[in-house]
Design a protein around this ligand. Structure first.
Ligand SMILES: [Zn+2]
Length: 82
């Protein structure tokens, strides 16, 4: 199956940088890295919640997924958590 929307690493990096800025500007107290079920081991190892100062840049360095890294940032909303 062909991937319709092929992005370059530079486009991906810019997109994720913008996404992280939006999350940081919102209600989130931390940021989570989410990976797809077909993610490579590097990405899966990085999945989890981070402080804003500690979060690695996406796409993750060393990602070996064919077609490029598809990890994304997601907000952690402790405010609404238990
Ligand atoms: Zn990866």
């Amino acid at each position: 199956m062909a991937i319709a929307n092929q992005q370059t690493d530079a486009q991906r990096r810019e997109e994720q940088r913008v996404a992280l800025e939006k999350i940081r500007a919102g209600l989130a107290t931390r940021v989570r890295i989410l990976v797809a079920p077909d993610a490579c081991p590097v990405c899966r190892a990085c999945e989890g919640a981070y402080e804003f100062g500690d979060v690695p840049e996406l796409p993750l360095e060393g990602c070996s997924r064919p077609g490029g890294c598809n990890a994304v940032y997601a907000p952690v909303l402790d405010l609404y958590g238990p």
